[in-house]
Design a protein around this ligand. Structure first.
Ligand SMILES: C[S@@+](CC[C@H](N)C(=O)[O-])C[C@H]1O[C@@H](n2cnc3c(N)ncnc32)[C@H](O)[C@@H]1O
Length: 283
């Protein structure tokens, strides 16, 4: 994920890149997704919005939990991802599910309000987070609840930080601009809680999750994880722009790092994320 992503990147090139490696990304993030879904504990009959649903992996899990009388809408700014999410849900005959290409920061789906809002890593890319979270609050009825995951600080996420440090041995990587949208924009939990509170949320609860990120997906070997890293991570575009000997040296170093961490289950790198829940005040 590029640290300085904007909405338009996701609607275009970044959405396409995510789609290219969709199965790997979803497999990689399955542990944190399971923890977030367990915490959210959706019940039959609930009406849910999955914000930044990507290829719809979690959306389909939510549909299974709220069926037969509930409903889930997967919303994403990337038309390519929404098309794929819709295709997968249709192919698997998932009931109670629909998808919409829209901007969660500003758009109000016709199906609003929702009993519950949910997002695995889809709420860190808003250009104006205070306005976006205030908007999300009003997609809930009084007493409605949001659950989301966002990355904890980069220093606690070697799956991203250690790999970027290896690349940095060969080429300068731009530091993520402070205060800009990106994977780590909500990492400061004190600031995050203040942001939610200012938007009108109450009873804010944040729990630190620590677990594996399976680089390149569960079961990937080192060459597959390397291909994934070079295609999909924050440094991809910078590495692609280097002359061949530099690209090769970066690939060699990354491969050595990944191979040293490989087991039959894949390559598990340490990750940490905030699992957050908050409520719109009742009445
Ligand atoms: C890191 S991916 C996570 C995808 C999915 N939630 C998952 O866990 O598999 C972030 C997703 O948020 C979407 N996104 C980013 N900004 C958005 C916005 N303003 N409105 C809707 N979706 C957005 C992206 O297109 C992308 O699919």
């Amino acid at each position: 994920m590029n640290p300085s992503l904007r909405r338009d990147d996701w609607a275009g090139e970044m959405g396409e890149r995510w789609l290219t490696n969709l199965d790997q990304f979803e497999s990689m993030m399955q542990p944190v997704g399971q923890a977030l879904l367990a915490r959210a504990a959706f019940k039959p009959g609930e009406r849910v919005l999955d914000i930044g649903c990507g290829g719809g992996d979690n959306t389909r899990s939510i549909a299974a939990a709220v069926a037969p009388s509930g409903y889930v809408l997967g919303l994403d700014v990337s038309p390519a991802l929404i098309a794929e999410a819709r295709r997968r849900a249709t192919q698997q005959a998932v009931p109670c599910i629909d998808f919409l290409t829209a901007d969660a920061a500003t758009d109000t789906p016709a199906a609003a309000p929702f009993d519950r809002l949910f997002s695995r890593f889809g709420v860190m890319f808003f250009a104006d987070p205070p306005a976006a979270f205030a908007h999300l609050l009003h997609l809930l009825p009084p007493g409605g609840r949001i659950d989301f995951a966002c990355w904890a600080p980069l220093a606690d996420n070697p799956w991203m930080g250690a790999l970027a440090d290896i690349v940095r041995r060969h080429v300068a990587l731009p530091a993520p601009p402070a205060g800009e949208p990106g994977p780590f924009s909500l990492a400061d939990v004190t600031a995050l809680r203040a942001l939610l509170s200012a938007a009108g949320f109450v009873d804010i609860d944040s729990q630190l999750w620590r677990g594996p990120q399976w680089l390149g997906g569960q079961g990937a070997d080192a060459p597959a994880a390397l291909r994934f890293a070079l295609q999909s991570m924050s440094f991809s575009r910078v590495v692609e722009a280097q002359p061949e000997p530099v690209r090769q040296a970066i690939a060699d170093d990354l491969l050595a790092y990944l191979a040293a961490r490989h087991s039959s289950a894949g390559i598990a790198l340490d990750a940490s994320a905030w699992l957050v829940s908050a409520w719109r005040p009742p009445g």
